[in-house]
Ligand binder design. Structure first.
Ligand SMILES: *Cc1c(COP(=O)(O)O)cnc(C)c1O
Length: 356
């Protein structure tokens, strides 16, 4: 059975090399005679996995000793509440940049704990990341979503904020170099660019973590993950293993700068085609276009359905847009090959010509 080209928004395509290594490690991790799922999390074999995974992340992301690398056994949604619960006092305000579905959910959770000030909003159609923001006087932190997976918009650079940034980077982490300086905490569910679902990677400044509440249950505090090295309880050992393999793969590709170049090129092939097409129209404004999730519409519903059916026949999968936006969406994460985007463009062109 040939593998399909997977344009799914998440869980999403992973590098084939990594999948093959994981397949072998299920039976035998690093020649230990025991599979990754079967090893004790306290044993030396898994400790080596944890160490090399953290080291690879530190190297690729350029993290110094002021930063902690944490693995939390839950997706990005968990941090929508964990962040404000830890850092936002009842009488404090956090500023949120509202760019779509995910920031909406994050704000909803934050309102349980303190005051949310909406510093900018792309409502109602969320086709761009707002160019101007109105900050509150002394926000505890500023939260933004670096890439809006559903609407297909992406911040070109982090917002200039008067407080430490907290970033939901679930759908573009490690797709380009990270500007660490303005950030206090970056979290990402793994299933878009890093590995399996149900685990998230958190990069956090230790001093910011220390400033959080210390009277919460241990697993509700980032502090516990720092002091216990993400091993307060049994972590998702397989998830950490896969993330380690993916990040080693990223390093072998030349790191984040090399991937950013490739991802720019990949997105440009598709956007250039859409811009000249009379049948297909990109949804996001040019300056806010995502390089990870390209959202677009066909001239008619019929054309979209024809395209989706033909794509499935050709082994191109996962192109239907999110139900709240409609149209099509091609997710071009790190592991989606350049050649795959050329095949997608050829098919879009073919369907367009056939409809004339
Ligand atoms: C997918 C996604 C989430 C949700 O991740 P879960 O693992 O389902 O919690 C949150 N934020 C963004 C930007 C996403 O793309």
């Amino acid at each position: 059975m040939a593998r399909k080209l997977n344009f799914s928004s998440g869980p999403a395509a992973l590098p084939e090399d990594v999948l093959r290594r994981a397949q072998a490690a299920l039976l035998d991790l690093d020649g230990s005679g025991i599979g990754i799922l079967e090893h004790s999390h306290r044993g030396p074999e898994f400790m080596r996995v944890l160490e090399r995974t953290e080291a690879a992340i530190r190297e690729v992301a350029g993290l110094d000793g002021a930063w902690a690398v944490l693995f939390v056994t839950a997706g990005a949604t968990h941090h929508f509440s964990m962040v404000p619960q830890s850092f936002l006092g009842e009488d404090e305000t956090a500023d949120y940049c509202h760019t779509g579905v995910w920031s909406g959910k994050a704000m909803e959770e934050a309102r349980r704990f303190g005051t949310v000030h909406v510093a900018c909003s792309g409502e109602p159609d969320f086709t761009s990341t707002p160019r101007t923001q109105t900050w509150s006087t002394a926000p505890r932190y500023v939260h933004y979503t670096s890439n809006e997976t559903i609407y297909g918009t992406q911040w070109a650079a982090p917002p200039h904020a008067p407080a430490p940034l907290v970033c939901d980077a679930s759908s573009d982490i490690f797709s380009r170099p990270l500007d660490l300086v303005p950030h206090a905490l970056i979290y990402a569910g793994a299933q878009k660019n890093l590995g399996p679902s149900g685990i998230s990677l958190v990069l956090a400044r230790k001093d910011f973590v220390e400033s959080g509440r210390s009277d919460l249950p241990p697993l509700a505090q980032y502090r516990t993950y720092v002091t216990e090295r993400s091993m307060y309880n049994t972590p998702n050992t397989f998830g950490i293993y896969v993330i380690g393999e993916v990040v080693s793969w990223i390093r072998a590709q030349g790191g984040l700068a090399a991937l950013a170049e490739r991802n720019d090129r990949k997105a440009a092939v598709l956007y250039d085609f859409l811009d000249q097409s009379r049948a297909w129209t990109p949804l996001a404004e040019k300056a806010s276009r995502s390089r990870m999730n390209v959202t677009f519409r066909g001239a008619t519903k019929e054309l979209e359905e024809t395209m989706l059916a033909r794509a499935e026949e050709r082994g191109l999968s996962g192109l239907r847009g999110h139900r709240s936006v409609g149209g099509l969406r091609a997710s071009l994460y790190n592991a989606v090959p350049e050649d795959g985007i050329r095949r997608l463009v050829e098919l879009l062109d073919e369907v367009e010509r056939a409809a004339r």
